[in-house]
Design a protein around this ligand. Structure first.
Ligand SMILES: NC(=O)c1ccc[n+]([C@@H]2O[C@H](COP(=O)([O-])OP(=O)(O)OC[C@H]3O[C@@H](n4cnc5c(N)ncnc54)[C@H](O)[C@@H]3O)[C@@H](O)[C@H]2O)c1
Length: 255
């Protein structure tokens, strides 16, 4: 058998980039997808570590583009061992100021993209009678967070989707789980904090301190700390784990 293959969406930044690098470091060929051309930075990093990759600058909502890319991955490597659905966006604002288009946009990327890629990798994983899918939930799918109703709803949907698909594909030895991080120091979180700072008139650092205190260690996670959890759920070490959501929130939900 050749290299194992991990498909990672949202691999240009943050958690997705850390996840792609983790799989590459562990010897996987990585098939990376991101809507941003900044994906080339992750390509360079994988190349520097001597890793192998295929990449696609595209939108996870675009079924045709995603299907073409997944077909290419199968043509080149002949298998898909892991799918990590990371690509996501956030809207943080009072519910009454939120437009229906914003709701649609967040839902289409966060749960829609997860649906599209999952559907596309399943035939290969079923044929192999082996595979692991790790989706990105969020603390926002577990606890009520002011101004996160739409985002939290999409993450709750990802967690519910994960449970149902886990049962649907269990007979094929495919495991489906999710990881729900607390606050992770990524471009997404920083722009979220910047918006809050602008809206409240508070300095960025003050808002950051409040948001760090939601974690028991009073800090944000590094993206690599989430990548470790993703990798664990994808690995043979998690062979009896399916349909689970792993909180990597430093105690936030336990409070
Ligand atoms: N950062 C956090 O605190 C945090 C907490 C909980 C969950 N999450 C989840 O983790 C995942 C990764 O978040 P992050 O913080 O690394 O975000 P990020 O913004 O730093 O990275 C997300 C990546 O997804 C890509 N992307 C967005 N829309 C896309 C689309 N339609 N098609 C393809 N790619 C697309 C972006 O270009 C970006 O590179 C998301 O699902 C997010 O909801 C993040």
């Amino acid at each position: 058998m050749g290299k194992k293959v991990a498909v990672v969406t949202g691999a240009a930044n943050g958690i997705g980039q850390a996840s792609a690098l983790k799989f590459a470091r562990e010897g996987y060929a990585v098939a990376m997808i991101d809507i941003s051309p900044a994906l080339s930075r992750t390509e360079e990093m994988v190349t520097e570590m001597g890793g192998e990759f295929l990449s696609c600058v595209g939108d996870v909502q675009d079924e045709t583009a995603m299907e073409n890319f997944i077909n290419t991955v199968i043509e080149v490597y002949g298998r898909i061992d892991v799918l990590n659905n990371n690509a996501g966006i956030v809207v943080v604002k009072p519910l009454e100021d939120t437009k229906f288009e914003e709701f649609e946009r967040v839902a289409k990327v966060n749960i829609g993209g997860t649906f599209v890629l999952t559907k596309l990798v399943l035939p290969m994983m079923k044929q192999q009678k082996e595979g692991a899918i790790v989706n990105l939930g969020s603390i926002s799918g577990h606890v009520g967070q002011t101004e996160h109703a739409i985002y939290g709803a999409t993450k709750g949907a990802v967690i519910a989707f994960t449970r149902a698909v886990a049962w649907e594909v269990a007979d094929y030895n495919i495991r489906v789980n999710s990881v729900s991080p607390g606050s992770v120091d990524t471009p997404m979180l920083r722009s979220d904090i910047q918006l809050e700072a602008t809206r409240t008139g508070l300095p960025f650092e003050d808002v950051k301190k409040v948001r760090e205190a939601e974690q028991a260690f009073k800090r944000w996670a590094e993206p690599s700390e989430i990548a470790e959890a993703i990798y664990f759920l994808a690995s043979d070490g998690a062979s009896f784990i399916t349909g689970s959501d792993l909180l990597v929130d430093c105690g936030w939900a336990a409070k």
